[in-house]
Design a protein around this ligand. Sequence first.
Ligand code: 13P
Ligand code: SF4
Length: 335
Amino acid sequence: MNIEVATQQMSEKGFLDITLDARLDLFAEIEKLKKEKNAIVLAHFYQEPDIQDVADYIGDSLGLAQKAQSTNADMIVFAGVHFMAETAKILNPTKKVLLPDLRAGCSLADSAPADLFKAFKEKHKDHLVISYINCTAEIKALSDIICTSSNAEKIIDSLPKDQPIIFAPDKNLGGYLNKKTGRNMLLWNGACMVHEIFSLEKITKLKIRHPKAQLIAHPECEEAVLQIADYIGSTTQLLKYAVASDVQEFIVATETGILHQIQKDAPQKTFIPAPPNNNCACNDCPYMKLNTLEKLYLCMKYELPEILMEENLRLAAKKPMDRMLEISRAAGLIG
Ligand code: 13P
Ligand code: SF4
């Protein structure tokens, strides 16, 4: 397929839909393309196992942002969702940033449309805005500091105790942080569809069936689940905790993609995905799972879809990102 046809197809579908020869060794081909194009593949823990295995770096949102900023590769191939690839472009604009499927969005980012958020912010002019990184570049540009689930407490603690704060867009994470920090942040009413769907009843039953298991949960989960969790943390923190702990069995309340890496790092332990409130046994993010090894290969080959951003927007979104990275560095959370 020539580049004009590929571009046309990509703009219609959001990804390259090209049938590949089934005999192609995609792992080897991706490695070849990485060398040829001086490309780095960054993957979030929620990506499918094959993508995690081919990635140069697997991490949570904070680790990925830092890696995207510090890489000297010419091409950043982001195996994650749109706001993550956008973050890479904000932090490292001279690199070509690719996302295998442009439709890989995020229900949490979608829950904060920029025009509504701007109007909300204008009603609370004395408040500073801390936004969770799971938001669009437009929301970042309307924020004072960005945070991730790894550094949110440190970011909040960096502000004076009497400073009024708006926290957006995740009300579950915001509620959890209000409790942890003793603040009364004004919360935007957004949520992640994946973390909101866990069934308290099914988790309680699982805990009875596995009395020695600990429940580890991502702070995007609802309060009722967080209340019965033994440990709460970002994806990287959950993984580190489970690997280092003496406990042998865990119920994991986050997206199931994490199980691949966690099981690799602690093969002798048992990890049970926390069940959602539907007929499914596990909890996949439909956006994260739009990326496939085939799409990853095609996007590297044709260098499409590419993330582009208007420079004024990028600069406005970069300011609160830089503040986050500075505070995280000072707190020793990143190198
Ligand atoms: P972390 O990567 O910060 O753990 O956040 C999880 C998530 O929902 C990413 O979309
Ligand atoms: Fe967004 Fe939730 Fe999917 Fe993360 S898991 S990308 S927050 S919808």
